[in-house]
Each structure stands twice: as C-alpha cells, then as structure tokens.
Ligand binder design. Sequence first.
Ligand code: NAD
Length: 490
Amino acid sequence: MNANVKVVERKCFIDGQFVSSSKQFTKINPADGTVVAQVHEADKAMVDAAIKAARRALHGPWGKMSNQARADMLRAIADGIDKRFDEFLAAEMNDTGKPWNLASHLDIPRGAANFRVFADAIRAVGMDSFHLDTPDGKGAINYAMRKPLGVVAVISPWNLPLLLSTWKLAPAMACGNTIVIKPSEETPSTITLLAEVMKEVGVPDGVYNVVHGFGPNSAGEFMTTHPDVDGVTFTGESATGAAIMKAVAPTVKPVSFELGGKNAGIVFADCDFDAAVAGMANAVFSNTGQVCLAPERIYVERPIFDKFVAALKAKAEGLVLGWPIDKTTTTGPLISKEHQQKVLSYYELAVKEGAKVITGGGVPKFGDARDNGSYVQPTLWTGLPETARVVKEEIFGPCAHISPFDTEEEVIAKANDTRYGLASTVWTTNLSRGHRVAQAMEVGISWVNCWFLRDLRTPFGGAKLSGIGREGGMHSINFYSEPTNVCIKL
Ligand code: NAD
C-alpha cells in the first residue's frame, strides 16, 4: 500500500556529483515501519568538501550571472519539479507518511512555486539611492547594491520537507548565494531528488550541495561551526535554534530562525459557526498536527463552548486515518516511532494533569501493517488550567486543549501568556474586534477567519521563542544579501 516500495539509496550531492559514504542510516516509512531508503551520512570531510565546492562556485559562472539569468534558472527548476511531480510526491509520501491529498495539493506544488515566487521577487527589487549635500555645494551620490551573503547553510525540518527547504533555497539562490543543505534525517529524499533537477537544468556544479546526517556531532554541527559558512538559515525546534546560535557565535554568522510554536485559536460567539469549526479542525489536524502554525490551544467564548466542543469532536472523529496513497485518507501517521512516543507521553500527561478526554487519547488499531506505523488518534481535551504542561508546551501532534472564556481582555491575556509567538487565528464576524484582537496577538502572523493563508511576499516568522527574522518576498531577499553602500563625490 506504499507509494513506492523499492528501497532507494539517498547519497550526498557535492560539487555536482552524487557521493557515497561508508556510514549509512535507514529511513523508515512511518505508515508501516518498512525501510524505504538507505541514506549516506556525510562525515566532517564530506561537509568540508561541500562547503569548499560552494565557495568555489560563488566565484564561478554563478557569481557572474545576471539576476535575469538566475531568475530564468529558478523558473527552470520549478518546471523540473513539475515534470517529475509524481516522483517527488512518492518520495515525500514515503518519507513522511503524508496523505496523497495533502502532499499533492500542498507540499510538491509549493516546492515548485517557491522558485517562481523568488524568480519574480529578485527581478522586482531595488535599493536605496540618495543625493547628499556637501559643504562645497557639489554633493555626493550614495547608492546601495546587493551582493550575495556567500555560502549559506540551510538546515530544515521534517514536517514540510520540500516546501520549507525550497522556501529558503529559492531566495538564497535568487540572490546569488551557493548552498549546502542538510535536510532532516527523517526526510532525505525530495532534497536529494532536487539535486537531479538542478543538474538537469544546468545549475553550475557546487551551487547546490546536499549533505545528509543528524545535528550534534554530525553534518548539522559540522556546518554551523564551519568558519567558511557565511550564514545559517534554520527551521526547527526552538531548543535546536538555541544550540545553533551557540555554535555559530565564535564565527559570527547571521542567522535566520523559524522555530516552534504553541499557538492560540480564539473563537468568539459571533463567529460563522460552521466556518469556525471547519477552519479550526483543519488547523488542528492538518498534516497530523505536525505544523508549526497549528493551534494546540483553543479558546471558545462561553455561550458557544459546549456546542463548539461537540462539533470539533465530530470533525475529529470523522477524520480518515489511512494509507497515505489512499485518496480518501485525511490523516497519516506521525513522522516516526520516536515522535509517536513523545506525542503519546503528552496524551498520558494530559490525563495525569486532570484533563477530560473529549475524543482520542491513544493509538488506533488497524489489524494490518499500519499497526507497525506511527499513527495516533486525533485528540481533544478540556478542563486543564492554563498552567498545565499540555497547555504550555509544543506537542506537535493532532491534538488541542479547548477552554472557555468570558471577555476579550481575558482571552487576549491568555493567548499571549506563552514564551512562543508564532501564529494565532481568531474567528469573529465583528470587523473591529477581528482587527483589535489580531493586532493584540504577540505573534508573527495573526489570522482572522482563516488559517495558513498568506501572500508569499509578506513577512513570515515568529516573535519571542518562535524565531529570529522574517522570511517571504523582500524579507528573505534582505537576509540572503549583503548590501554595500557606494558613495560617489560629484
Ligand atoms: P529539529 O530542531 O529537531 O530538527 C531540525 C533540523 O535541525 C534537522 O535537520 C536536524 O537534523 C537539525 N539539527 C538538530 N540538532 C542540530 C544541531 N545541534 N545543529 C545543527 N542542526 C541540528 O526540528 P524537527 O523535529 O525536524 O521539526 C519540528 C520543529 O520545527 C517543531 O518545533 C516546529 O514547530 C518547528 N517548525 C517551525 C516552523 C516555522 O516556520 N516556525 C516550520 C516548521 C517546523
């Protein structure tokens, strides 16, 4: 029942060549526990070779290419992904267990779209230019120009592998940088396939390098501590961000961090009820809850609390936990047995902390090979205090705690009472309240009557523990370029 049962080799890609390693690890399909890939882990020398290749490529044809030519190449990469859509789709589904419906509508199309978005963005950018008055009355012209940051280390997570990696690769390449990317050890495949596309469309050797491996004492750490890396862009857990920040400190590199969240969803009694229930069900359970933006804390105004809990329970119980390839499946497994154990430990903790389990709380039984996978039941709780760990800590599973509230002030205070600051979603038909509450959220993105909807030119990122910097349109271009001011005396 898998999309592709053949065990494939995922090699590193260094200086335009696929490279084997004597050290390998296996990639397990989380839908049924079978091995889907044998992954070649980069040692320190391989990471060093990749960084050296990237440095050489900066000064090769890539560095001399016009923005227009680079934009054309980004479009060719997007077309290359489209051409091999089914291959990318099967690879992403086998690594993650994502349902066909999700990966075919979100992950792979956005992977291609990211290259087109930044091909347009780089063609549209301008820079500052000022006339400066000088004592001799002749003046001077100051203008700023963009140079690439240099060799950029990209470290990405497993929850949206192609989508989130290309969200960094595309702007970095648009600005003329060269790349060493380490995809998550859980999702090596689509980023390796992308190397084939890069080669097919003529991206010069050394511009795009892939090293496989883990974090500490492996490829991740070798990249972040390497003196010849000029910038690090990372998406993952806040604790990993802190470790990377420490690692880069001695060599003083700029960092762009998209980190964890514990997001609030706020539902007012004046909402469009059916839209709010459908929207929140999508937000909580999409990608089996493994979305940094998912609301794991839901606050519902008291007059509609019981009705809303019952309606969300019905939605949760209507989800179809199935084989990823099955087009009726809405909900796949979690990424791994290890993550399943983590999520289940929170399911147990919720009960210990005194939660009322509205639905779920355990592992589904299929009676087939999926029982070897990493599925968990979609789960909702009520009754916990705001201080409970289940309400405070990021779980990253298909679950949420729902609490009632009485006033706008109360719910704003509760929503903001967290060390995270990634996203929020507010449901109301009162226009002024929608603006007021959205603006009061201490987050990077504040949705009203929607979730996960965004123009890719707008800033994306997190406040507080949820990140450093913003991605999207010009915000990405600014991170991946080094502005130089030229001053000309007239
Ligand atoms: P993770 O932090 O465990 O791993 C992310 C990547 O970092 C992996 O490639 C991993 O190998 C690497 N890594 C781990 N330790 C490292 C180290 N010491 N040095 C260098 N690299 C290291 O995160 P994950 O479990 O893959 O992803 C889930 C997390 O990502 C969640 O917290 C989620 O909220 C967050 N996330 C955030 C966003 C966002 O946009 N803010 C998007 C997606 C996921």
